[in-house]
Every structure is written in C-alpha cells, then in structure tokens.
Design a protein around this ligand. Structure first.
Ligand SMILES: Cc1cc2nc3c(=O)[nH]c(=O)nc-3n(C[C@H](O)[C@H](O)[C@H](O)COP(=O)(O)OP(=O)(O)OC[C@H]3O[C@@H](n4cnc5c(N)ncnc54)[C@H](O)[C@@H]3O)c2cc1C
Length: 466
C-alpha cells in the first residue's frame, strides 16, 4: 500500500498516525525494506516511512525507489564455501530475504560475484513492498524518536534532524557522522617471527601483561621508502558533497601526515620510543603498532592508520611493512561521511537501544558496512521485533554463522572505544578448533557455519523457503 505525505513528522503526529500499525520502520533502504518484508510476511502490520519521494533526499541517492544501491551494483562474492559474504547470502536465502531474492532474480554476469541490474532490482523491491497488504509505505521524513515500537534504518546519510534526536538520546560522541577507518588485519596472517608483542615502556592495560600491542619494526631505509610510497600512492577522491569532511587532528590520514614532513609519522603513530625490539635489544627506527580489535583476538587494527589511499594501494604499501608481508586484511582504511551509532555500547543483544527499548536499529547505522550486511541486520532486527510483539523468544543466530558473527560484533564483540564500520568476515567468528591447512580454513569456517545454521533454524522453528 502506498501513501504520500510531504510534511515532516513530529512525535505527536506520529502517535496518531501509527494507530492501527504494530511497528514503525523508518528508512526504506536495504535494511528497512528487508525488515518491513520480514515482519509483513509474518502478518505484522508495518508502517514504513521513507523520506525520498516525499520532498527530501540524501546527497547520494538519485531515485525515489526503495533499496537503491547508491554506488556499486554488486553484493560481492556469492561463493558460500570460501567467502564470508557469500555465506551470508546463503544464510539470508534460508530466512526468505527479499533483498537476496530480488538480487538473484535480477542478476547480471559477474563471475562468482552476485551483481545485479540495479534499476530492475530496486523496482522489484519497491513493487514487493508497495503491493504487500501488511505494509503501508509513507513518503515522509521522520525527525524525532517515536515512543511506539520502531526500527530505525536510516542509513549512513540519516536526515539531520533525526540524527540530532538520536544524538540527544544517546549522549555525546555516541553518533558519529564520519568514519575514519584504519585497516584491520587477521591476526594469523601477521609474521610473529618479525613482529613482537609489547606496550610502550612495558606499560600494558590494567589486566594486561605489558604486551598489549603487536609491533612491526622498520629500519631507516624501510621507513623512508614507506613514507615516499604513502606520498606517491593513489588516493580516493572525496565525493563533491563530502568536501567538508573534517580532518580531526586525532584521525588525520597517514598520507596527509607523511606529506607534512619526513619525520611527522615517526613522531606520531610510528613513534618507536619505549619499544625494545627483543631481537635487537634496541628501539627500531620506526614502528607500526596493531591493537586488538575484537574480543576473540582474531582481528587487529593498525593504530593511527586511517587513510584515503585506494584499496589496492593500501594492500601493496602496507605489505612492505616488516611482519605484514603476508597480511590478510579484514577491512581496509577509509574516510567517508557516514552516520553510525556506537552499537557495542548503546544496543542490547537484540539490537534494542538500552536507554529507550522501544527503538531498534538496523542497517548501516548500526556500524555494519555494506548492502548485504545492512539487509542482514534488517532481518535480525525484524525477527527480534516480531518475537517481542508476540511475547515469544527468538534465539540469536550462533556466532559460528555469518549472521550471528555480525550480530555479536555489533552488539558487544567489538571494542566500543575504537568502533568503526565493518564488513562481515571470518575474523568475526570464533577461531576454528584444531589445525587446518591455510587453504582449508575458509571451507572449515563455512562447513561449521552451515551445521550451526541448520541446528539454529530447527531451534528457532524457521522453515526454509521452498
Ligand atoms: C556514497 C556511498 C557509496 C556507497 N557505496 C557502497 C557500495 O559500493 N557497496 C556497498 O555494499 N555499500 C556501499 N555504501 C554503503 C551503503 O549505503 C550501505 O551499505 C547501504 O545502502 C546501507 O543500507 P541502509 O538500509 O542501512 O541505508 P540506506 O540504503 O541508505 O537507506 C536508508 C534510507 O533511509 C532514508 N532516510 C534517512 N533519513 C530519514 C528520515 N529522517 N526519515 C525517513 N527516511 C529517512 C533514506 O532516504 C534511505 O532511503 C555506500 C554508501 C555511500 C554513502
């Protein structure tokens, strides 16, 4: 069902307008459309508010279609045996995902990736939502946090008034407007015959043993070559509407620091003082430090290495760092406009805002990254909301699955202090027990995930679509 309304909506108006609906979803992107579909298919009456088509837009969207893909037309790898996002596709198919179903239907040739005809895909999702008898799609902007059951799925470019309301509810610093992402490396790809564990001056955290960081040493020629490579490396331009992206001193891109002078990095994030290399008994000329990024200890972030270098350049240049010559990156660096909340601190295990539990969050605003992950979190928010509305319990997917790993990361597995957006990857899953050859490990994760998913589907009484 489709309605139109051009006036922004305040909370009193919302109260009246939502009478007759069980749940309100704000934002008709990848996550909000998926959440609406999941709830409506279970007979829950949904009001879906989408500001595009109602007189508002975002700087990145070009149409008023739901689930518009704002940049690439790819859902990335569809290989469910060797790739975490491919596994996530498969798990979402088991949960009757509208987004993956429409993606499969409008697939275009792209090797092992699931790439789609973006217009046909978005038209398909829009049609499915408009025609669903349990969904009322309203083209309106919402500016405040409702008091009734709600899922907020307003994405990386959330309307500014709603963002202000979220910031007021969640407190200072809990809603970021930009990401400043440092690369994250899989722990088992770091060469510990070159790197070593230590904290500066052996001062670790309270619980630690003075060995909180992984340190990668550089000698003078290596450092000079590295600085030159950063300066020469190809950078990603900012989009026109991101031109005012601030460079805070605390999260300056490393290549900008390198341009400020040859010694800047050695007195900044690459400072070697207080770090005795046990193999030489001396401080190195410069150092790259990595800090643990998730509770499982499988992912480590390169401290202070936020960057606008192109992804290929990051891999090439960062693999010249001794100890990282074989580094596998769970995430590469970037700086973008992106609204996201500090989910590990603010949300409970069912994606509810702890301070205002009638509100759930879904999609990229939770700090997941990407079309597929956003829709996946939309599915989980909807399933939790549906159970709550019916006074039922919905067991969270186990962390061995891609869905469960993503959920666990968002709702507590990640370090709240350094929380930045993240794609799904095997490093979010508990490490495999037993020793597997490197080439067998990905399959080890996906085999384990499939077994865990089957058990969970049975436990949650979910029947896979025919
Ligand atoms: C420039 C750019 C490029 C990107 N490129 C890629 C890429 O190539 N691949 C990839 O996987 N991901 C990419 N992303 C991330 C991508 O946006 C997300 O992965 C995905 O769209 C997030 O889904 P979502 O549903 O959370 O948000 P969105 O898809 O953005 O949906 C949010 C919806 O909420 C609506 N909305 C916002 N505020 C309000 C309000 N107050 N009231 C009512 N409606 C509101 C918006 O109009 C929008 O339709 C990119 C993001 C940006 C900004």
């Amino acid at each position: 069902m489709r309605q139109s309304s051009h006036a922004p909506v305040d909370c009193f108006a919302l109260l009246e307008m939502t009478a007759g609906f069980d749940i309100h979803i704000i934002g008709g992107g990848l996550a909000g459309s998926e959440a609406a579909w999941q709830l409506a298919e279970a007979g829950v009456r949904v009001r879906l508010s989408e500001m595009r088509g109602g007189g508002d837009s975002t700087p990145a969207h070009e149409t008023d279609r739901l689930a518009e893909m704002v940049c690439s037309n790819s859902f990335r790898s569809d290989d469910a045996e060797h790739n975490a996002v491919g596994l996530l596709h498969q798990e979402m198919r088991s949960l009757n995902s509208l987004i993956i179903r429409a993606g499969d239907k409008h697939r275009v040739p792209a090797g092992s990736a699931l790439a789609v005809d973006r217009e046909a895909f978005a038209a398909e999702v829009t049609r499915a939502i408009e025609q669903h008898s349990s969904i009322t799609l309203v083209r309106e902007r919402v500016d405040s946090l409702p008091d009734h059951p709600t899922i907020i799925a307003t994405g990386p470019l959330t309307g500014s008034k709603l963002a202000e309301s979220i910031a007021a509810e969640t407190g200072e610093g809990a809603l970021a407007f930009f990401d400043a992402i440092a690369p994250i490396v899989h722990r088992d790809s770091i060469d510990m015959d070159v790197a070593w564990m230590a904290a500066r001056w052996d001062r670790g955290s309270n619980e630690g043993d003075g060995k909180d960081y992984i340190n990668c040493p550089l000698d003078k020629p290596q450092y000079e070559d590295f600085v030159a490579a950063l300066i020469d490396g190809e950078k990603m331009p900012f989009k026109e509407w991101e031109a005012d992206t601030p460079y805070f001193e605390g999260c300056m891109p490393i290549e900008v620091m390198a341009e400020r002078g040859p010694e800047t990095l050695r007195f900044g994030p690459m400072k070697p003082t207080g770090l005795d290399n046990p193999r030489t008994g001396r401080w190195p000329y410069a150092v790259v430090q990595l800090r643990q990024d998730n509770a499982l200890g499988t992912l480590w972030n390169m401290v202070g290495f936020q960057t606008k270098l192109k992804h290929g350049e990051q891999v090439r240049i960062f693999r010249t760092i001794p100890g990282l010559q074989n580094a596998e990156f769970a995430r590469l660096g970037g700086i973008h406009r992106n609204s996201f909340i500090n989910s590990p601190r603010l949300l409970d295990g069912e994606l509810r805002l702890k301070s205002k539990p009638n509100i759930r969050f879904a999609g990229q605003i939770t700090g997941c990254e990407g079309y597929v992950e956003s829709a996946a979190v939309g599915i989980m928010a909807a399933r939790f909301a549906r159970a709550e509305l019916r006074d039922e319990t919905f067991p969270p997917p186990p962390p061995e699955t891609a869905l469960g790993a993503l959920l666990a990361h968002i709702t507590g597995g990640a370090d709240a202090e350094t929380y930045q957006p993240m794609n799904v990857n095997f490093g979010l899953m508990p490490p495999l027990s037993g020793r597997l050859k490197r080439e067998d490990r990905k399959k080890g994760y996906t085999d384990r995930a499939r077994a865990a998913l089957a058990e969970w589907l049975a436990q949650a009484k979910i029947r896979e679509p025919a």
